[in-house]
Design a protein around this ligand. Structure first.
Ligand SMILES: *[C@@H]1O[C@H](CO)[C@@H](O)[C@H](O)[C@H]1NC(C)=O
Ligand SMILES: *[C@@H]1O[C@H](CO)[C@@H](O)[C@H](O)[C@H]1NC(C)=O
Ligand SMILES: *[C@@H]1O[C@H](CO)[C@@H](O)[C@H](O)[C@H]1NC(C)=O
Length: 545
């Protein structure tokens, strides 16, 4: 009797589930039958694998206490990779779950870019929005800032942030790698100075616009108060979740740890160990970032702890060229490259450019204090969130992300069998699948270096046969396997076959998009485009117009 009642209940639930399937605008199938989880994705900029305390147990500087706690109460992913080694392609791949060769975004957009992530691409925020989510984004977008390319047209109900990197606007104050404006003492500001008080023509701020939804709300921007603005907005969005009565997605793309760094420097901050000179600036920024993450976690814990997944990761490795203002690659030194001159972090496919510190936290669902070495990518965020929300993405296109929900929730250690890293910064063909991971092996068809801290750049080299490293025994990628060994031959054969399959798959994918990378001065978001370096503020534009 009891059994048949259970059976009836189950059947009823299944039927409900089926009836509740609906099809959204983009052809995604949506399952409304159960309470949907909230998602908070925190994407740090240019962060190094070795920046988090949890990835360098020997270093006791204690720079990231809140992230340490999040890892202790959640899951640390140790073989998680950004989908590209620079900003725009990495972000495009995260949002679309597709390689740049499919979504069209293979290198960075500029201040004057007229377009962005092709509108033919579908983003996971769009699909979650259509499935009934409230979707908000805070921070750096870098996927096109004009008209249809802005965040509020790509799936976000709300946006507050800067349209691209924080070094893409200038200032008149010096230090901390702040980009210098042309001299502010121009005839125009001289004239102006007569009308208003002195120094008005010079910035103590940065010529970046702060955008809310699709309007400029501040320009130039006070970079020193941006963290507080982000914190206040993020916690407000989280705290308002109950009143909205909708599940929510909050995507926070931090300005940290991209130069220029703008931390408030408390006197007790120790220098990071890998940067004895002036490392305090980096270290203080890291703490500031960590406290922002801590505030977000605390707000979420207060509101809907058991129903919220927080996923922290990075967009690419540290910008080594910036010396004491760059993060640490940890043990992933890319020695094969550095011994030949040149950098091996951001803008390269060496581990330093791709392996990003990653923590996932979901009390009651993700087992606490665990570590998982599955080979994963930022593209998996797309597939995993949709899976957890019961949304099947549109079937008119092919995806490269995998559903990692079993890795997150059940400790399954199965990730990508093959994961490709595209060229997204060095010379050569953008988007080229120059490097591939499979298991502990990593093969390079092309190597190319970024600029190192000392200014050296390595040459781009083609490798036929490819260079293959065994990362289990050689994290620093110093000595490739001997070509003649059976081990090398077996790996080379497998990856060559897979690379051909993937290239064929992309060549026959009808949904491949092409991004428009053209630029035009007038496309720059500027409240007063006639001023050198966009010197203006919204209260009263400098030339009185
Ligand atoms: C499921 O959610 C979608 C998106 O919010 C909505 O359009 C649809 O009406 C819902 N279906 C049911 C059966 O509640
Ligand atoms: C942005 O949109 C929100 C509603 O989502 C609104 O409350 C806010 O006033 C808008 N801000 C601007 C600057 O338009
Ligand atoms: C987490 O795990 C580490 C080692 O695996 C252990 O030393 C530590 O005590 C654990 N922390 C908690 C809170 O259980």
């Amino acid at each position: 009797m009891a059994e048949s009642i259970t059976f009836l209940l189950l059947t009823g639930m299944l039927l409900c589930g089926l009836l509740l399937h609906t099809v959204s605008q983009h052809g995604a199938r949506v399952d409304n039958s159960s309470k949907k989880p909230n998602f908070i994705i925190i994407l740090a900029d240019d962060i190094g694998w070795g920046d988090l305390d949890i990835n360098k147990p020997e270093d006791k500087t204690n720079s990231t206490p809140y992230l340490n706690l999040m890892a202790e109460q959640g899951l640390k992913l140790t073989d998680f990779h950004s989908p590209a080694s620079t900003c725009s392609p990495s972000r495009a791949a995260i949002l679309t779950g597709r390689y740049g060769l499919r979504n069209g975004v293979t290198h960075n957009f500029a201040v004057g870019s007229v377009a962005g992530l092709p509108v033919s691409e579908v983003t996971f925020p769009q699909l979650l929005q259509e499935a009934g989510y409230y979707t908000a984004m805070i921070g750096k977008w870098h996927l096109g800032h004009n008209g249809p390319y802005g965040p509020t047209n790509r799936g976000f109900d709300y946006y507050l942030g800067i349209p691209y990197s924080n070094d893409m606007g200038c200032t008149d104050v010096s230090g901390y790698n702040l980009p210098q404006c042309p001299p502010c003492d121009t005839p125009r500001s001289q004239v102006f100075r007569l009308k208003k008080k002195a120094h008005e023509g010079c910035y103590s701020k940065i010529g970046l616009p702060l955008i809310e939804n699709s309007s400029i709300v501040e320009q130039p921007l006070n970079l020193w108060t941006l963290t507080e603005q982000y914190k206040a907005t993020a916690t407000r969005i989280i705290r308002n979740a109950r009143a909205r009565q909708q599940p929510y997605l909050l995507y926070i793309a931090l300005a940290h740890m991209h130069v220029p760094l703008a931390p408030t420097l408390p006197p007790d901050v120790p220098a990071t160990t890998h940067h004895p000179s002036d490392g305090r600036v980096y270290s203080a920024s890291l703490r500031e970032m960590d406290s922002l993450v801590g505030a977000i976690k605390m707000a979420s814990d207060d509101i809907d702890e058991k129903n919220t997944l927080i996923w922290f990761t990075g967009d690419n490795g540290p910008w080594e060229q910036k010396c004491q203002y760059a993060g640490s690659v940890g043990p992933f030194l890319g020695k094969w490259q550095t011994s030949r001159g040149g950098g091996s972090a951001k803008r390269t496919t060496w581990e330093g450019g791709h392996r990003v510190p990653t923590v996932a936290y979901w009390p009651g669902r993700i087992p606490p204090n665990t570590t998982n070495p599955a080979l994963l990518s930022g593209m998996d965020i797309f597939t995993t969130l949709l899976s957890l929300a019961g949304v099947t993405p549109p079937s008119d296109r092919r995806y490269d992300g995998i559903d990692a929900s079993k890795v997150l929730l059940h400790g399954e250690q199965i990730g990508h069998e093959f994961l490709f890293h595209p060229n997204s910064g060095a010379a050569g063909v953008f988007g080229d699948l120059q490097t591939v991971r499979t298991g502990k092996y990593k093969a390079y068809y092309i190597t190319g270096a970024a600029e190192s801290c000392g200014g050296a750049t390595g040459r781009q080299l083609l490798h036929d046969p490819p260079l293959i490293f065994d990362l289990e025994h050689d994290q620093a990628e110093e000595t490739p396997l001997e070509v003649r060994t059976p081990e090398y031959q077996a790996v080379a054969k497998r990856i060559a076959r897979r690379r051909e399959e993937l290239l064929w798959d992309i060549a026959t994918d009808n949904s491949v998009s092409t991004a428009d990378y053209s630029t035009d001065e007038s496309a720059a978001p500027c409240c007063n485009a006639r001023q050198a370096a966009c010197r203006c503020n919204l209260q009263g534009q400098l030339d009185g117009n």
